[in-house]
Design a protein around this ligand. Structure first.
Ligand code: COA
Length: 382
């Protein structure tokens, strides 16, 4: 296998892009990444997307987007793993470059969620869960996460306000990220007073519905090592069952444990080596469970890490350093690529006021469903 490097990154601001279609958003991120990589052509394009068919009636994104960005004739495919689609596209790209099948590969995540009514978007998001056994009972995706949060609070005696630090940290960091959806910091009081969505998840526990696209260009170190912005030390996937009630233990993200362990082994690192962890904070309960699954906190202690000293930019395990899913935003199929772009920014020392001092190894973890597909990448600076 060949060593894989990232030679270019690109992203659009996350938000409501009324004026841009899916293909225009993808175009903007891809053009930015290709310019950054100083390439005019690529061997393949993998597009991460979850909801284009459900929300806009448009599938077949590989060909659609490759053609639109002037790459007619290349290999181009859509890759789908619910909210993990973005990292899944990167994973496929890493496999293609590592195996020697392709040299220069573009992985782009793109999602457009704001052109439909809340009801349509909510049912689209629920396709990440088990339709037959969960969704047919009437539960939404937020509702499933609310059950997990309620159970967590009950089992471990955690109070709701103890989760506030995750949201405060994410919004503070987003305020310094020009690509983030929410640009204002919030207080713990705002968190506590936010309107309830699915008890105990309130507006400030939840990532928003939004549009965006992000892109990375991958290449083999042996050919383009001089252009490296970051090295891919690990790329790993593990799955669990979709339905939360079928899990061995709903409060342990077994797929996240397995995916992270595989990634640590590939990269030959331990949790103590990770300078930045872009985790999947779609809901604050997922931050707590992800920190536990990745070995940063013992079982039941993840929520207690929601303090500056633990997760802040100068904390023990900086998370959501550019705002995370909560405040940069979560355009679902694009999110995994945003996370990797942000880890690259940190490793290059280009994270501005959110720069983690001395960041040299970063981990990005993208989750499809409420823990069913977990994709972990570990990157190192050059
Ligand atoms: N955090 C903070 N503010 C938010 C927000 C969020 N997650 N979502 C919306 N807002 C703000 C909007 O900016 C808007 O502010 P304004 O009035 O100052 O302009 C206001 O709240 C109302 O926005 P609106 O879009 O009408 O919200 P909504 O009530 O329709 O939707 C949620 C809010 C949380 C229900 C929706 O964003 C949602 O379903 N999120 C979950 C998405 C999801 O499940 N993703 C997959 C996870 S893996």
């Amino acid at each position: 296998m060949r060593d894989v490097i990232i030679i270019g990154i690109g992203q659009t601001p996350v938000g409501e892009h009324w004026e841009k279609s899916l293909r225009h958003l993808a175009h903007d991120a891809i053009m930015a990444a290709m310019a950054d990589a100083r390439i005019e052509h690529a061997d393949a394009l993998y597009v991460g997307n979850m909801l284009s068919g459900e929300l806009t009636g448009q599938e077949h994104l590989g060909a659609l987007i490759a053609d639109f960005v002037g790459l007619r004739g290349i290999e181009a495919l859509k890759v789908e793993a619910a909210c993990g689609s973005g990292a899944a596209a990167v994973r496929v790209g890493v496999m293609a470059v590592a195996s020697g099948l392709h040299d220069v590969v573009i992985a782009c995540g793109v999602e457009k969620m704001t052109d439909t009514s809340a009801a349509v978007t909510t049912s689209g998001l629920a396709t990440a869960a088990d339709q037959e056994y969960e969704v047919s009972q009437g539960i939404s995706f937020v509702g499933l996460n609310a059950l997990l949060m309620r159970r967590y609070m009950y089992e471990y005696g955690v109070r709701k306000e103890e989760f506030a630090g995750f949201t405060v940290n994410a919004h503070r960091n987003a305020a310094h990220n020009p690509y983030a959806m929410f640009q204002s910091p919030i207080t713990a009081e705002t968190y506590v007073k936010a309107g309830m969505i699915a008890d105990p998840i309130n507006l400030m526990d939840s990532s928003p519905v939004c549009d965006g696209a992000a892109c990375v260009v991958l290449a083999p170190a042996e050919l383009l090592g001089g252009r490296a912005k970051a090295r891919v030390l690990a790329s790993a996937v593990a799955i669990d069952c979709l339905a939360v009630h079928d899990r061995r233990d709903p409060l342990v993200l077994d797929a996240a444990v397995a995916s992270t362990q595989k990634a640590y082994a590939q990269a030959r690192v331990t949790p103590a080596d990770i300078s930045v962890f872009e985790l999947h904070d779609a809901f604050s309960i997922m931050s707590a469970l992800s920190l536990e699954a990745a070995g940063f906190a013992p079982r039941g202690q993840g929520a207690r890490m929601a303090t500056d000293g633990e997760i802040g930019i100068r904390g023990r395990v900086p998370i959501s350093t550019m705002g995370g899913l909560k405040a940069r935003g979560h355009p679902v199929g694009a999110t995994g690529v945003y996370q990797i772009v942000e880890v690259v920014q940190q490793l290059m020392g280009q994270a501005g006021q959110n720069q983690v001092p001395g960041a040299n190894i970063g981990m990005a973890q993208n989750i499809g469903g409420s823990g069913a597909t977990v994709i972990t990448h570990i990157l190192a600076g050059v």
